[in-house]
Design a protein around this ligand. Sequence first.
Ligand SMILES: [Fe+2]
Length: 301
Amino acid sequence: MQSNQLRGNNGPRIKSNNISSKDYESITVKKLTPVIGAEIFDIDLSKPLSSIQEHEIQRAFAENQVIFFRNQIITKQNHLDLGRLFGPLHIHPAAPHVEGIPEMMQIYADQHSPRANGEVWHSDVSCDLEPPMGTMLQIIQCPPHGGDTLFSSMYAAYDALSDRMKIYLRGLTALHDGEPVYRGLYKNFGVKDKETYPHAEHPVIRTHPVTGKNALYVNKGFTTKIIGVPLDESDGILSYLFEHMENPLFQCRFRWEENSIAFWDNRCVQHRAMWDYWPNTRVGNRVTISGDKPFFNDSAP
Ligand SMILES: [Fe+2]
């Protein structure tokens, strides 16, 4: 068995990828880390995108897993249109939406909030049978400090697993359950609970439908157990994987400014929002793009 060259005696190591990708013509792309995240400059998202801009944003998204734009003064309609460039929009099974726009979720926390969104590492709505492929969030009011979002690359988390662990996980599936997450969650916004919330069984290792690469696809927010193994074993393996994926080597952290936009790929990224700004207010709008049913391709790298 080949040893994983990226793995040192004390845990995973990342080999920085010095091979620069083909230059971009219509946008400027600056990576946040060698592993995940890039800021996109020289583009105005309030204007219709040319086909080359659209193509290059798609490419930057695939290459960096999460991309960021700053100082974008866009209307709600611009935001919806941008999301629709990437696919039909997803409607959240529980969260409150902007009045009259079910496809636009409200992000809001202030001094009266009992909680804020996304404080546990997760991939958005992974409890859906076809979880959303991407999320496009704009923050329109920032606290003076804090409120960052952390993103972790599940390609990097998968790559850094030992060969033995990869073999163990290949072909396993896990339960992602929305019930314990969503029941009562939005009570403070006056949202009444639904009778049921979604749950789904997904592969533990997911093959990305665009890049063809494998990514770790269990998250602390929604994944409750691995199917087909004893519960204590499932608890132990999930606990290891949740700890493993939190390694800062796989992460970038985004400092929001007003009118920043982040667009992340839920198929290969987990994220966590920091609620370190109470009692200050943070407000945003989120558009989520529908995705496909997760699958595992045994021959993917
Ligand atoms: Fe989220």
